[in-house]
Design a protein around this ligand. Structure first.
Ligand code: GDP
Ligand code: MG
Length: 301
């Protein structure tokens, strides 16, 4: 007799920086989502897939729900909210604290009209005394009818197996949506541009808050050799930002290129030749044209 197979879609919600991307990467065992100590670095939905003998979990890492401040912000919020009704399980991540952030209240409020089961995941338990976990659970119990409470450390992988078995309980019987060796549905171009953006944001620290976008202009494998030529553009909002991104004697841009090249090589499994240009596009975050150009089309979500 064939055993039953379970499958479904799981999404992450919670305030920026709570560890959604870190947890998704840990569960799937690969570095796909972009992790950063800057909030809101995950712009597009990133899907990763975990296939076991008797189930397949498809994780959607959303940009997170927050109050929008620009067109891009609007897109991100809509995309996050829409996904809540489409999925089988919602993981709401919170900090391991009895203090409930305004952002968490805002998110919980959004859940009021949602029928999907919501599991409360208390992340970063490596940073607190274990006896405090119960107090955190008690605070959140009052706020919403969560189906389960699971404390984890996404960074250390503490209790993540327990989380997987809890998730599995809520997956319906279903097919293998994706082949079992596939871990992400993201086109290589998109992941490459996210890698460059992540490196730039990290290296530039706080100097250019959210003001960059990265576009891959071309990605071509050379006929004769195992080399992929990639041309990318970093867009920023101001001339002064352009100067910072390029750096003294081009040093900053060189660094961004070097770090990015290593990760993209790992991703593609071949040598790459990466060229990056920096261009100024004023107000790109409020431009419909550019948002579409970067793949953030609000009609498509
Ligand atoms: P997201 O904005 O919710 O996707 O958050 P990220 O996954 O990008 O993580 C934000 C920051 O929190 C990063 O610096 C992570 O290294 C850190 N972080 C994530 N999970 C944990 C955890 O379990 N413990 C600790 N100490 N830090 C974590
Ligand atoms: Mg993230």
């Amino acid at each position: 007799m064939r055993n039953k197979f379970y499958s479904g879609f799981i999404t992450f919600i919670g305030k920026p920086n709570v560890g959604k991307s870190t947890l998704m990467n840990y569960l799937v065992g690969e570095k796909i989502a972009i992790i950063s100590n800057k909030p809101q670095t995950t712009r597009n939905k990133i899907t990763t897939i975990l296939t076991k003998d008797d189930y397949q979990a498809v994780f959607i890492d959303t940009p997170g729900i927050h109050k929008p401040k620009s067109k891009l912000g609007n897109y991100m919020v809509k995309s996050a909210e829409n996904s809540l009704n489409e999925v089988d399980v919602i993981l709401m991540l919170v900090e391991p604290s009895e203090r409930v952030w305004e952002m968490d209240k805002y998110v919980i409020n959004k859940l009021k009209n949602i029928k999907t089961p919501v599991i409360l995941v208390i992340n970063k338990i490596d940073t607190i005394d274990k006896e405090n976990i119960f107090n955190v659970i008690n605070v959140y119990k009052e706020l919403y009818n969560f189906v389960e409470f699971v404390p984890v450390s996404a960074i250390k992988g503490e209790n993540t197996d327990e989380l997987l078995s809890v998730i599995k309980k809520y997956l319906p019987e279903g097919p293998k949506y994706f082949p079992e060796d596939m871990i992400t549905d993201q086109p290589e171009k998109q992941i490459s541009s996210e890698i460059i953006r992540e490196k730039a944001l990290r290296l530039l620290q706080d100097e250019i808050p959210h003001g960059i976008a990265v576009e891959i202009m071309s990605m071509k494998k050379r006929d004769s050799k195992e080399i992929v030529d990639i041309e990318a553009v970093i867009y920023c909002e101001k001339d002064s930002h352009k100067g910072i991104i390029i750096g003294k004697k081009g040093n900053m841009l060189k660094k961004i290129g070097t770090y990015s090249r290593q990760d993209i090589q790992n991703l593609l499994g071949s040598q790459i030749n990466l060229q990056i240009w920096v261009k100024v596009k004023k107000d790109w975050r409020d431009s419909d044209f550019l948002l579409k150009n970067f793949g953030y089309d609000s009609k498509k979500i």
